[in-house]
Design a protein around this ligand. Sequence first.
Ligand code: KG4
Length: 340
Amino acid sequence: EKRIVILGIESSCDDTSAAVIRDGVILSNVIANQSVHERYGGVVPELASRAHQQNIIPVVHDALKQAGVSKDELSAIAFTRGPGLLGSLLVGTSFAKGFSTALHIPMIDVNHLQAHVLAHFIKESEEDDSQPDFPFLCLLVSGGNSQIILVKSYNNMEIIGQTIDDAAGEAFDKCAKVMGLGYPGGPVVDRLAKQGDPQKFVFSKPHVGGYDYSFSGLKTSFLYFLRDSLKTDSEFIEKNRADLCASLQKTIIDILMDKLYHAAKDLHIKEVAVAGGVSANSGLRDAFEKYAKKYHWKIHIPKFSYTTDNAAMVAITGYYKYLDNDFCSPDVAPYARVAI
Ligand code: KG4
């Protein structure tokens, strides 16, 4: 019986990644991070696409090698078509076109956001049966997105709530930046928050309708609070760093969980997942565990390696699209913006 072997390529932002999945089981997931952006305090698109160009061939080579799969065994190539930085997406898209043409195998275009959700279906082994059942809710929280998604099937997802301004990751990063914690600050806030008191400071929470989010008010309230505090004590940030991080993190998590809880309650859904870069946050993971106990949720929290951008999630999405015979033509173009 023929096995389905998918090579996944991810190049939407600043991580170049390639992964191999065979019949839904992960064989390799190689990620090359780009350190070039650190000193700019954010991703520089022009530098990102150049680094992808340098990384892509070695990363694919390593992914095939680690998987123990030869290029002739590949059934199809799945690549991130968008959303993301156009120059970065072009590198992965062009590579997929060239490689699929050379190997005479089909190409599968993948929506990056759908891939974050479907990361929960990656099997670690043939026996792994921890995948969610449909329908479930997925909180997708990253540097660019904060959404509550109602996942009805592999290819049928509905955004029922989303941020009207900043994403949760942006709130972490922007507040971290004003505390002088570098970029991206989310992981640093997470680490420092462990030693701080989450009740010490209170920041404003948004009033938006439905299941939508807003984080720009929190950012402003945090900024003004620091500015006022620094007037009377120039070392305020240094002295209170851990408490500031803990209180900020608690506020962001409370905002996220409150809407998610209401969505789950209203829709009578007990199966809840989290995805995206911010799902690496330990406070958010703890909150999921707490809600699971209290409200009898069955929760799905991704492995750390599947939280940030990775090609494994692209390959698993490609696998399900392959089963649906859902391929794209070689004249496909990437897109910077798109809904799920
Ligand atoms: O999904 P992702 O890798 O890509 C983007 O969409 O940009 O998410 C990156 C975001 C950044 O904002 C980063 O600060 C945040 O995820 N992040 C975290 C943690 N790890 C990554 N935020 C809070 N706590 C963490 N442990």
